[in-house]
Write a protein that binds this ligand. Structure first.
Ligand code: HEC
Ligand code: HEC
Length: 275
């Protein structure tokens, strides 16, 4: 039911034809390729939802468009340079973190309100994922260009590189073991992508057909962290796992910075479509 609703709205959206064909998309199963050929990318519904949200006033009467222009004019190209350091919040932010900061700092949403936080964090919630997808789409066709000008950016980048190769948890795994060393091999029937070498950041946020959801890179990093790195619990073992890192934490943003910098020069094509 949910799936169908997405398709319908994607078609109503004017059937924007998806022309970009990235490596991941070349490897898509036939039924998804056919969808793309028909111009029915289920992720496009999120762009529309994000655009609507972008122009909707928050509790203090301001909308994103109040500061960033009608149709996000002033945010064109911004996503291609993120994560980066922002003076007003004194930290390096990715798209999710930046949107949360803008909503709570500038639009009257209450960061301490548990209901708002929950709604914001949710995959299928009205704020984070559609807004991130919309803002990212304003950089479509532009080249990723992450610079490390600020000392905080440099520091976080180095940290990200270290995290990538750091072996942790019960399996003594690292991101790099799967995505650098074993890249190209299969695990649980899934091919292991190399997001660094193949500059895969270009297609994030991506719609994952299997889970029927749009994912931002925050979601992807945190899920891999939890699903693969860590968790082995058998009857004779004590818990030996590292928890999912909290959202918007430096751990996540450091890894994003590492991967996005590696994608410099490649063209943003969002939303991606993955199986
Ligand atoms: C009252 C003004 C205001 C509102 C409303 C606002 N922002 Fe912002 N936004 C800012 C400021 C200030 C910055 C920091 C700009 C800088 O340092 O370059 C920023 C930065 C950003 C950036 C990064 C831009 C870049 O060049 O890297 C994004 C993306 C963004 N905002 C998205 C949003 C979204 C989405 C909304 C609505 C949910 C929103 N903002 C609402 C003031 C606002
Ligand atoms: C045990 C192996 C394993 C480990 C460890 C692992 N991942 Fe993954 N990762 C996968 C698999 C498998 C996929 C593909 C999933 C799919 O197709 O849905 C994936 C997908 C990804 C992608 C998306 C690639 C694309 O297609 O665009 C990114 C980015 C990523 N992982 C980052 C990380 C990061 C960061 C870490 C460390 C915190 C990590 N992964 C740890 C197995 C792993």
């Amino acid at each position: 039911m949910k799936k169908r609703a997405f398709f319908v709205s994607a078609v109503l959206a004017g059937g924007a034809v998806f022309t970009a064909v990235s490596l991941a998309q070349q490897q898509l199963p036939t039924h998804l390729k056919e969808l793309l050929e028909l111009g029915m990318h289920p992720g496009h519904a999120f762009i529309d939802e994000g655009r609507e949200m972008f122009h909707k006033p928050g509790p203090n009467g301001k909308s994103c468009a109040t500061c960033h222009g009608q149709d996000g004019k002033k945010l064109e190209g911004a996503y291609a340079k993120m994560p980066r350091y922002y003076k007003d919040i004194d930290r390096v932010a990715d798209i999710d973190t930046r949107i949360l900061a803008c909503m709570t700092k500038y639009m009257g949403y209450n960061a301490k309100d548990k209901k708002f936080k929950k709604k914001f964090n949710k995959w299928s919630g009205p704020y984070r994922v559609p807004l991130a997808t919309y803002v990212a789409s304003l950089s479509n066709g532009m080249k990723i260009n992450v610079q490390l000008d600020d000392p905080q950016e440099k520091k976080l980048y180095e940290y990200g590189k270290k995290l990538w190769y750091m072996r942790v948890g019960a399996r003594d795994f690292s991101c790099g073991i799967c995505h650098t060393v074993l890249a190209g091999k299969r695990i649980r029937l899934q091919g292991l992508p190399d997001p660094v070498k193949n500059k895969l950041y270009t297609h994030w946020p991506a719609y994952r057909f299997g889970s029927d959801r749009m994912w931002t890179m925050e979601d992807r990093v945190r899920s891999c962290w939890k699903a693969y790195l860590l968790y082995v619990k058998q009857w004779h073992q004590k818990k030996d796992w590292v928890k999912k890192p909290p959202p918007y934490s430096d751990w996540v943003i450091a890894l994003e910075l590492y991967m996005k910098k590696a994608a410099n020069g490649a063209t943003v094509e969002v939303p991606g479509l993955l199986r």
